[in-house]
Design a protein around this ligand. Sequence first.
Ligand code: SAM
Length: 294
Amino acid sequence: MDEANTLQALLRAATIQLGSAGVPPARVDAQLLVAHVMGISRSELQRLAVLGDTCLNATQQAQLAELVWQRSQRVPLQHLTGVAPFRRLQLRVGPGVFVPRPETELLAGWGIERLESAASRLATHVVDLCAGSGAIALALATEFPGAQVSAVEREPEALVWLRRNVADRRPSAGFRVEVVAADATAADTLAELNGTVDLVLSNPPYLSPDEEVTKEGLLDPPSALWADDTGLSVIEAVAARAAVLLRSDGWFGVEHGENQGDRVRALLHSDTWRHVETHLDLAGRDRFTTAQRL
Ligand SMILES: C[S@@+](CC[C@H](N)C(=O)[O-])C[C@H]1O[C@@H](n2cnc3c(N)ncnc32)[C@H](O)[C@@H]1O
């Protein structure tokens, strides 16, 4: 056995290379890249690493070297593995689509709890405005089977990934997702549903034009990140659209930046909305705001 080709040695070398390139967290990313190359889970990799007698073959080593180099250039991990975890899902992602973030799982979870606490499960209609890879729409559709979910996305490149992720889950029982290629803020988008929708969720672009992102974030599409008017322009337009789509007593939830909670609440006027509330993420920062349609 060549010691340099053992799992432990390759993991150690990859961790050092990623660490010196400033990749956080280097060890986790090294493990995920090695696991990807070997076609196994991270927990299985950890088990094999403890046993100590596994080696990578020449092809796997070459693949790993290329992936570690790309990651050290700050290509997002999810672009290299081709998938992003989101709640119970593994979503396909790559160039042209926003990589779903863990904090958005909270908004999706809130939406699922709303549906579960509703009196009736019949004919539930959910709309995800600014759907990207489909993270929110697909979490709702798979964790609340039977709901009719409309996933609205405008950008052609993102739509390719959205359609792929929807196709991956079709046909499964109770799975009902419709992809809508349209501007989420336009009055004619889903106009046939006006006044009938139970729940509208959205994670729109909300960064202020002067806000900087990580090197990895620069590979997200700009239209997924930045919005005019200190980042509030799409949130405001999406809230206006949600007010028209929702039935009376229907619910709206929108993700936003940690410094936007007060301004988003101020957009949700009391002549249209009640129970306006900003929710915190696990780090205690403002993360999303919800409201019920009057
Ligand atoms: C922050 S990403 C969120 C994607 C996904 N909902 C998620 O949470 O991972 C915002 C998405 O909104 C899309 N978008 C931006 N403006 C839009 C508009 N006016 N109509 C529809 N989609 C829009 C972008 O293309 C991008 O996919």
